[in-house]
Design a protein around this ligand. Structure first.
Ligand code: XLS
Ligand code: CA
Ligand code: CA
Length: 440
């Protein structure tokens, strides 16, 4: 007996299909830069939003109707594992991601928590033997339990630091056991609410000590996953230490960690930081630090982390533009860190949401690929900076000039002529490419 009985295999049927449970644009077998779309995009389902979340919000109780709701405790955890692999198979998705507490409930003691985890990990491992779906990344939830009230590795309480170390140690062991390709560190409550009670320098030093220990341990046990830091500027703390990519980069550089980490970039977090999704991807890419993506979208009318399924084609196009320029995501992938709205409570909505997300990224991929092939933006940008390819510009970039020579040059200039940046023209072209990709 299945959990999602009304749904059969979701397949690519093309844009003319009226089947609600079919991909219209995401064709896993279509080739993108020498890889299949499936290999290139590496979609992942996030366990917490899809199987664990119940629709609770600060004003109301659970709404999600799930076939495994009748179970509790470890029975519930096991039913969710069964249901999850049925979902992965029906969605034909190559990866999934989880926090430790999403898959196994915490016990009364750390020992009991680890025991629960071992039982569930053994079960997942059995599924992994035959399932095509693999683990993209795992992580530790160090924000829900009250012990993390003041942070984990940045807590003022050294006992909490030790407990956090034990959690991540276990997480690295689990990652190795399940063959995870990456390990994620999202700051959780690593930040502060007021400087009136905070030693920021000590907290940051401790966070770096924590990462070094995690690296040492993963090396010791032979877990060669890519470590990823996931920036977020606020929520739950007022100021999160991993504010955005640029802040994370400076932290990693300061503490000698840069060569061992990349970034897991979430669209909604970019918005919260006052950036666009593509800005964060761009900064990471140009520093060789683009590791993986939490594919969702925020709502600019709401100031919080709404984690919506990505359906904005502008955003998926500009994100895929960066990812294509990065030649893919390496061991990373596109993880739907996204939840169905509280009012979308049927399990069918989980399928609709993932289909919409995957189709939106497939469209974005096609548009971005065409834009790159036609060198639409590349050529425009090259021309815009052409003054640096000859004459005084070339001398500047080659380090062959100085302030005296530049002053001489400037004194000889007539009236300076600038060229229009042509934003509206470029946006019109972008529209044309999006509409064309949808029509094809
Ligand atoms: C929360 C984060 C979190 C990370 C993993 O805002 O997005 O879910 O992705 O801990
Ligand atoms: Ca995330
Ligand atoms: Ca989020």
């Amino acid at each position: 007996m299945g959990y999602f009985e009304t749904i059969s295999q979701v397949k690519f049927e093309g844009s003319e299909s009226s089947n609600q449970f079919a991909f219209k644009y995401y064709n896993p077998e279509e080739m993108i830069n020498g890889k299949t779309m499936e290999e290139f995009l590496r979609f992942a389902v996030s366990y917490w939003h899809t199987f664990t979340a119940d629709g609770t919000d600060p004003f109301g109780q659970p709404t999600m109707l799930r076939p495994y709701n009748k179970f509790t405790g470890m029975d519930l955890a096991k039913a969710r594992v069964e249901a999850s692999f049925e979902f992965f198979e029906k969605m034909d998705v190559p990866f999934f991601c989880f926090h430790d507490v999403d898959v196994a409930p915490e016990g009364d003691t750390l020992r009991e928590t680890n025991k629960n985890m071992d039982e569930i990990v053994a079960m997942i491992k059995e599924y992994l033997k035959t399932s095509k779906t693999k683990l993209l990344w795992n992580t530790a939830n160090m924000f829900s339990n009250p012990r993390w009230v003041h942070g984990a590795a940045t807590s003022p309480n050294a006992d909490v630091f030790a407990y956090a170390a034990a959690k991540v140690k276990k997480g690295l062991e689990v990652g190795k056991e399940l063959g995870s390709e990456n390990y994620v560190f999202w700051g959780g409550r690593e930040g502060y609410d007021t400087l009136l009670n905070t030693n920021m320098k000590l907290e940051l030093d401790n966070l770096a000590r924590f990462f070094h220990m995690a690296l040492d341990y993963s090396k010791e046990i032979g877990f060669d996953a890519q470590f990823l830091i996931e920036p977020k500027p606020k929520e739950p703390t007022k100021h999160q230490y991993d504010f955005d990519v640029a802040t994370g980069l400076s932290f990693l550089q300061t503490y000698g960690l840069k060569d061992h980490f990349k970034f897991n970039i979430e669209a909604n977090h970019a918005i919260l930081a006052g950036h666009t999704f593509e800005h964060e991807l761009h900064v990471a890419r140009t520093h060789g630090m683009l590791g993986s993506v939490d594919a969702n979208q925020g709502d600019t009318l709401l100031g919080w982390d709404t984690d919506e399924f990505p359906t904005d084609l502008y955003s998926t196009t500009l994100a895929m533009y960066e990812i294509l320029k990065n030649e893919g995501l390496g061991t990373g992938g596109l993880n739907f860190d996204a939840k169905v709205r509280r009012g979308s409570f049927d399990y069918e909505d989980l399928f609709h949401a993932h289909i919409a997300g995957m189709d939106s990224f497939a469209i974005g991929t096609k548009v971005a690929k065409k834009l790159l092939e036609d060198k639409v933006l590349e050529d425009f940008i090259a021309d815009r900076y052409s003054s640096y390819t000859a004459g005084i510009g070339l001398e500047i970039v080659e380090g062959k000039t100085d302030f005296r020579k530049l002053e001489d040059y400037a004194l000889g200039l007539g009236e300076i002529q600038n060229k229009s940046g042509r934003q509206e023209y470029l946006k019109g072209i972008l529209n044309k490419y999006i509409l064309k990709a949808i029509a094809e």
